[in-house]
Design a protein around this ligand. Sequence first.
Ligand code: BES
Ligand code: MN
Ligand code: ZN
Length: 486
Amino acid sequence: MDFKTQIATANALAAISTDALLVVLTGEKAPADLDPALTAALTAATKDGDFTFKAGQCLYAHRVAGVKAARVVFAHAGDGSLKAWRKAVFAGVGVLKAGGSKSLVVAGVGIAELGADHAEAVATAIEEATYIYRKTKPSAPPETKLVSVALVCTKAQQDTVAGGLVRGEAIAAGVTLARELGNSPGNVATPTALAEAAKALGKSHGLKVEVLERKDVEKLGMGSFLAVAQGSAEPPKFIIARWMGGAKGDAPVVLVGKGITFDSGGISIKPSAEMDEMKWDMGGAASVMGTLRAVAQLKAKVNLIGVIPACENMPDGKAIKPGDVVTSMSGQTIEILNTDAEGRLILCDALTYTERLKPAVVVDIATLTGACMIALGGHRSGLFSPDDALAAELLSAGEQALDLAWRMPMDEDYDEALKSNYADMANVGNRMGGAITAAMFLKRFAGKMRWAHLDIAGSAWKSGANKGSTGRPVPLLVHFVLSRAS
Ligand code: BES
Ligand code: MN
Ligand code: ZN
């Protein structure tokens, strides 16, 4: 998709040559400065009961008299907030995406001040609306014919809006990559395939990618990561991908992504219902790759390193058993009381590894606990950090990106649940506060690093009829990383 700006005013929209025109409105009636031909269509539709001035309303009109564009869609953006604007664009494009339009012009009328965030939202909403998974489904609907999108603005807004479009395009590409990796079935998106995808991304986007094999991580002493991997026939991969766009010697931002390409639970096997959804247990890894892609595409002046421990969690004669004790790379021992709490077992070694990268900050991203999904549902990701300033940065990045998180507590009292009689800690507490005890476990491996943890169990994918990856929290992470660029 190609995004650009177009200078025009509300009263001249009918004269724009394009296949489709999407008019995003607010308020209770057609704005006074709206083009007369469009106003006539809108007024008639309102009279006929086909459109009301309410949030979420959408009207399609074909070959409107006096309008150059063959297709017009009116979409109402409620209170005119950024969120409502994005929803309206999403709905409007939803109407047009399967049709014959190749070009689309989006115009906001009565929107207070069109800014970079609006432009970003246009790009990300269009990605979300037009993405189709096809990799293993030849019968999937054809790709949208839409190839070019122009956002109407004034001359004065042009630079800001163009900047927002560039950022939005990069975020959208990152989200698409994350969705594509996540949606790919477990037998396609294996740890090896993730490593290959990282290498391909390195080639196309100028990242330095290193993949550690089983023997390499054995040498590093990642006994906890290897313990999870030992029950699978798929070899584990430990991926390190670097975008060094910042000054030499600038401490990097490190993103650690959980890359369990399938989580059966292991010997503590999961129930069969919906177990297929555990192919998404590499959502953290996918979001790290998507973020790297976006940040590299924007050539951001920042040093960003993605660290991805990738393996399967499977039951097998060689698999870890409840009660087994393993030694992590940090030297701390762990009693594995539940083999289904495997995410923390691979992340703890990845965090210890990250210490040698001397990060400015490290954020891990993981589909870590069902408990977090129960606590927050799918709307907000769970944010955990003992560092108030870092937590505030991440929350605000989420707000800017319309990719929200919610901070959860990390009082030391929660750590008591991890006591073990046979090792330095157990890998699970009881069911109470399960998302928090998981975070407390990780905290034991964060050492002196400035660290935060995002539990994306609820936000990384959707179940039900619209089952699929969301690509979250790529938008949040890109905003966070960009805010740390010089
Ligand atoms: N990958 C799961 C968490 C998960 C479950 C994410 C459902 C999204 C939906 C994780 O590895 C896991 O199994 N966690 C256990 C932890 C428990 C054994 C302490 C859980 O949440 O049940
Ligand atoms: Mn699990
Ligand atoms: Zn898992």
